[in-house]
Design a protein. Structure first.
Length: 562
C-alpha cells in the first residue's frame, strides 16, 4: 500500500453532523503490549479522526468497576509514523511493574468523541535482578544516578556477571573515571585488538552533563545484557562485542552543566580534541573501531517528535557510510521499528553546525554507522501529563533512550554483512583521495511527503565554492614546532592537560610521516575526510593549526627520515 493510500484509509473525510462538525466513530480494537519501560497501544483507525487522545489511570481492583476519567497522557497525530495500517502509540512515563488501564478516543476537529472500552495490563518490571536497579530506578526517576552510585553499581555488576568487563579509557579534568563497558557471551573478548577484529556496536550516552537520560538508558541496557536469559540477547552478545560508555562527561553530570569542568561543550570538540574527555573517547574509537553507535542527547524543542535522529551528513562522509546510516539505520530501521512500537522519530531539525566537531559528524568521517538520538526534553502537546511532573518526564526520556540503544544493537545484529560492506567501501573511498574535499557543508535531508516523521528536515546546507577543494590536496605539511608544541586553545584547561597537534592526530589514528622539513600528513588514508578539518586554515570556525596545504607531493615523498 502506498503512503497516499494509507493516509486516505486512516484520514478519509467524514460527513458533517447537524452542528457542522465532522463525525467520528468510537475507537475499537484497543490493544496494549507491555514492553521495557513503556507500552505499545494500537487500535483500529476511525473515519474522520484528526487525532487520538490516550488516557491512563491505575487499573481498578475489580473488572466490574465503572471506568473512571483520568488524565490525557498522549496525543497521536498522523505525522507520528509511516508504513503502518493502524495507529500506534508508545505510552511511557509511568513506574514500570504496576497494573494500569488505558482508554483512547478519537478527535475530529474540535470535537472529542467518547473513549473506547478500557484495557488493563501489568507493565513489565525492569529486566535484571532488583539488586542492580540504579539510583534513578529506585527513586522512580526523582533522582538521576550519582557518580558515587555509578561506581558502586559498576563494581558490583562486574563481580556478578561474567559477561561484563569494564575498562578505564581515561579520566575527566576533576579525576572521575570514564568507564567503557565491554559485554559479550559467555565472556567479553579479551582486548581492544580482538574487538577491533570482530563485529562491534555500542553507545555514547552522556556527553552533555545536563542531558542525563541517555546515561540512564545505557545503565539499563548494560544490566539487561549482563543478566538476561532472552535468546535474542544471548545471540546479540555471541555475535558482536557491545561497547557502552555511559559517562564521558562525569564532571558536567555532577555539576548538571552542559560542558565539562573547563566549560567546554564536548560535542563541539570531537575533532579538535582540546579536552582530556574527548581525547579519551577518540582513542577508544581508534582502538576498538565500533561499527554502529548511538549518541544520546536531549532536545529542548517541545514541538518536535519524541526522538529527533540524524545520521552523519557532513559532505566529506563517504557515500556508502552516509547511505547506510540514513536509509539503513535511521529511515529504515528506526522508522520501521517506530511503526511497530509506537515511538515517534523524525530528523533532528536544526541547521548543521559549522565544520565537523560533533560526535555524529566526526564518527561518520571515521567510517562508522551512527545516529544522533535526541530525547525531547519536555512533554509538549503530545505528552501533556508530563507538565508539572518531572519524574514522569525523566522516566519517558530514559526509556525512549533505552529503546533507541536496543534498536541500534538489533540493527547491527540483523545487518552485519551490509554494514561491513558499507564501512569497507567508505575506507576505500577515503583512501583513494579522489573528488572534492569540503570544509563545511552537508548532504541534503530530503523531506518525505507529509504526513510523515521525515517531513520537516533540517534546511539545506550545501558547501559554497569557498568551502570546497577540487581537486583535493595530496596532504599537509607541519613544521616541527606546529606538530610538537603544547597548545593553549582551551583557556580554562589546566596546564597539565594540554596536548600537541601530534598528540591529537595520534588519538584520532591519523597516519603521520616524519620528513626532513617537519611532519607530513597524507590525505590518502581512511580518515581523509577529517584531515582538512583539522589542519587547513579555511576550516570554520578554526583548525587546530594552519598547516601548509600541498597540492602536489613531489619531493615530500622522497624526504623520509628513517
Amino acid at each position: 500500500m502506498t503512503l497516499t493510500a494509507l493516509v486516505a484509509l486512516i484520514w478519509m473525510p467524514a460527513s458533517a453532523g447537524s452542528d457542522g462538525q465532522p463525525q467520528a466513530e468510537r475507537v475499537t480494537g484497543l490493544a496494549v503490549t507491555p514492553r521495557e519501560g513503556y507500552v505499545t497501544l494500537t487500535w483500529r483507525p476511525v473515519a474522520g479522526a484528526t487525532a487520538y487522545e490516550t488516557e491512563r489511570i491505575e487499573a481498578p481492583k475489580s473488572s466490574t468497576t465503572p471506568p473512571a476519567d483520568g488524565p490525557v497522557v498522549g496525543v497521536w497525530r498522523p505525522n507520528r509514523q509511516v508504513r503502518s495500517e493502524r495507529p500506534v502509540f508508545a505510552d511511557a512515563g509511568f513506574v514500570p511493574g504496576v497494573r494500569l488501564q488505558w482508554r483512547v478516543r478519537a478527535v475530529a476537529g474540535e470535537v472529542k468523541h467518547p473513549f473506547s472500552e478500557p484495557v488493563s495490563a501489568l507493565t513489565r518490571r525492569p529486566p535484571g535482578p532488583d539488586a542492580f536497579l540504579t539510583e534513578f530506578e529506585t527513586t522512580a526517576g526523582e533522582q538521576y544516578t550519582s557518580y558515587e552510585a555509578e561506581m558502586d553499581w559498576t563494581r558490583r555488576i562486574v563481580a556478578a556477571s561474567p559477561r561484563v568487563r569494564v575498562v578505564s579509557i581515561g579520566r575527566t579534568i576533576q579525576g572521575r573515571e570514564i568507564s567503557l563497558f565491554v559485554l559479550g557471551h559467555p565472556a567479553p573478548l579479551a582486548d581492544a585488538a580482538a574487538i577491533a577484529a570482530a563485529p562491534s556496536a555500542g553507545a555514547n550516552c552522556n556527553i552533555h552533563g545536563n542531558e542525563p537520560s541517555g546515561r540512564e538508558g545505557c545503565f539499563m541496557m548494560i544490566r539487561e545484557l549482563a543478566f538476561s536469559s532472552d535468546p535474542d540477547v544471548i545471540a546479540m552478545l555471541r555475535r558482536a562485542a557491545i561497547l557502552i560508555v555511559p559517562s564521558i562527561n562525569g564532571d558536567g553530570r555532577a555539576a548538571n552543566t552542559r560542558g565539562n569542568a573547563a566549560g567546554q561543550d564536548l560535542n563541539r570538540d570531537h575533532a579538535r580534541l582540546t579536552q582530556p574527555e574527548t581525547q579519551a573517547f577518540a582513542r577508544f574509537l581508534r582502538d576498538y573501531t565500533p561499527e554502529v553507535m548511538v549518541d544520546g542527547h536531549e532536545y529542548g524543542n517541545a514541538g518536535t517528535c519524541d526522538l529527533p535522529l540524524l545520521w552523519p551528513r557532513h559532505s566529506n562522509t563517504a557515500p556508502s557510510v552516509h547511505d547506510a546510516a540514513k536509509t539503513g539505520l535511521v529511515e529504515g530501521w528506526f522508522y520501521e521499528a517506530s511503526a511497530h512500537d509506537g515511538w515517534w522519530p523524525c530528523p533532528y531539525p536544526p541547521a548543521g553546525i559549522a565544520g565537523a566537531q560533533t560526535f555524529t559528524r566526526v564518527t561518520g568521517l571515521k567510517n562508522m554507522i551512527v545516529t544522533l538520538v535526541e530525547a525531547r526534553s519536555r512533554g509538549g502537546s503530545t505528552r501533556p501529563a508530563e507538565t508539572g511532573a518531572p519524574a514522569e518526564n525523566r522516566r519517558r526520556k530514559a526509556y525512549s533512550q533505552l529503546w533507541a540503544i536496543r534498536g541500534a544493537l538489533a540493527y547491527h545484529r540483523a545487518n552485519g554483512p551490509a554494514i561491513r560492506k558499507a564501512i569497507d567501501a567508505g575506507i576505500a573511498f577515503q583512501r583513494a583521495n579522489q573528488g572534492p574535499i569540503v570544509f563545511h557543508g552537508d548532504w541534503d535531508v530530503r523531506p518525505f511527503d507529509a504526513p510523515h516523521p521525515g517531513d520537516r528536515p533540517p534546511p539545506p546546507n550545501p558547501p559554497g565554492p569557498d568551502q570546497k577543494l577540487d581537486p583535493p590536496p595530496c596532504g599537509y605539511l607541519l613544521t616541527t614546532e606546529q606538530y610538537e608544541t603544547k597548545l593553549t586553545d582551551s583557556e580554562r584547561l589546566p596546564a597539565e592537560f594540554r596536548t600537541s597537534v601530534g598528540d591529537r592526530l595520534a588519538a584520532h589514528g591519523i597516519a603521520v610521516e616524519r620528513r626532513a622539513t617537519g611532519y607530513f600528513v597524507p590525505m590518502a588514508q581512511p580518515l581523509r575526510g577529517l584531515i582538512n578539518i583539522l589542519l587547513d586554515a579555511s576550516t570554520p570556525p578554526a583548525p587546530i593549526v594552519a598547516a601548509q596545504r600541498l597540492d602536489t607531493c613531489a619531493g615530500i615523498r622522497n624526504s623520509l627520515i628513517p
